[in-house]
Design a protein. Structure first.
Length: 114
């Protein structure tokens, strides 16, 4: 797994306003640094484009490279650590530009950006 990879994940244990169920998610964890951890940091994706009206969102376009059937929104504010057993097959990969925009949103969310 690499930052920017899109995998199917199982978020069945989530509750409240968190995303739930089997869905695509964007990996945001550097395996070279944290590959020995039992968890993986991911950003859930939704096909509800209306979510783009909120802060902390990034559009991921459906392409053969991404493996997505529909354009999707990366819900950066819902980044979550999940057990590696909850990570399923790799669907594809976000573009470099999409990955950079998503990480920029994460930096803003965590106060690391001006």
């Amino acid at each position: 797994m690499n930052i920017g990879d899109i995998h199917w994940v199982d978020l069945s244990g989530a509750g409240g306003r968190s995303q739930r169920g089997r869905r695509p998610a964007l990996v945001i964890q550097d395996e070279a640094y944290a590959g020995s951890l039992p968890t993986v940091l991911v950003v859930p994706l939704t096909s509800t484009r209306n979510a783009l009206r909120f802060a902390c969102m990034t559009l991921i376009v459906a392409t053969p490279e991404s493996g997505l059937r529909n354009d999707s929104v990366a819900l950066v504010f819902q980044c979550v650590a999940i057990d590696r057993n909850q990570v399923g097959e790799r669907m594809g990969r976000a573009t470099d530009d999409e990955r950079i925009r998503m990480l920029a949103e994460l930096s803003k969310l965590t106060g690391q950006s001006d």
